[in-house]
Design a binder for this molecule. Structure first.
Ligand code: NAP
Length: 243
């Protein structure tokens, strides 16, 4: 296995902003070599890459639309295998089911769920040949409880939970651990459409009375990446919301 002075090679999908960016930053600060995938935005990542370079760390921004097989294959052949895969890329849409089009459905399912299959399928042989590997998928509270006006998103995120539990059983004998995290409301661009009033309501509904920070999720991802006995876990990090 190719190894440098870093602990392991990590790929974080959707690392240009929000939770993925925080994960990439946390891993690089903890001495991992990080491939940081983005689709359209790379400015912040490039700044981070230059910053950490001065501290002797490596973060490599890498473009791919993870909903497309050809993009994912090209990205993985450039990287050549990773020890830890973090399937984080995602999009959301707030729409009543009655107004949902087939295009809406396909976009939610391909970006949020098919991408998890595509990226995992591309790294699994490398992990199998090493008899080790960690895959951490970012689901959502709506995948656990269901979110009104987010039926397609909820279905995709529930799919990630089923994917995680099933593959965890299949891969456990091969030394590969697969877990997922179901965040509650986290303060990122994904929630930027929410009005101040909406945010207040959400915080009032959350027993801990606040939204989470991307770093709260990044810390949990780091824990799962370093833990040696968890697999098939759905970690709810949501300030006590709707449990
Ligand atoms: P965000 O701030 O909107 O960032 C989304 C990230 O996903 C961006 O880096 C974006 O890349 C990337 N992305 C979107 N489509 C992509 C594609 N086709 N290929 C590659 N990358 C793509 O969202 P976030 O809040 O950080 O969400 C991260 C994950 O957490 C998502 O899976 C989301 O569903 C989940 N989550 C979020 C919350 C929340 O409240 N924020 C709650 C539960 C779960 P570009 O910028 O390059 O387009």
């Amino acid at each position: 296995m190719e190894k440098g002075p870093y602990k392991a090679k990590v790929l974080v999908t959707g690392a240009s902003r929000g939770i993925g960016f925080a994960i990439a930053k946390m891993f690089v600060q903890n001495n991992y070599m990080v491939y940081a995938n983005y689709n359209k935005n790379y400015e912040e990542l490039n700044l981070l890459a230059n910053d950490v370079k001065n501290q002797g760390h490596t973060i490599v921004p890498i473009q791919a639309d993870v909903s497309k097989k050809s993009d994912v294959e090209a990205m993985m052949s450039e990287i050549g295998g990773v020890d830890i895969l973090i399937n984080n890329a995602g999009v959301s849409q707030f729409k009543q089911f009655i107004d949902m089009t087939e295009e809406d459905w396909d976009e939610m399912l391909s970006t949020n769920l098919k991408s998890v299959y595509l990226c995992t399928h591309c790294v699994i042989n490398y992990m199998l040949s090493n008899k080790s590997g960690k895959i951490i998928n970012i689901s959502s509270i709506w995948g656990v409880t269901g979110g009104a006006c987010e039926v397609h998103y909820s279905a995709a995120k529930a799919g990630i939970i089923g994917f995680t539990k099933a593959l965890a059983k299949e891969m456990a004998p091969s030394g590969i651990q697969i877990n997922c995290i179901a965040p509650g409301a986290i303060d990122t661009d994904m929630n930027k459409e929410l009005t101040k009033e909406d945010k207040k309501l959400l915080m009032a509904e959350t027993p801990m009375g606040k939204m989470g920070d991307p770093e709260d999720i990044a810390k949990a991802v780091l824990f799962l990446a370093e833990d040696k006995f968890s697999t098939g876990v759905v970690m709810n990090i949501n300030g006590g919301l709707y449990i």
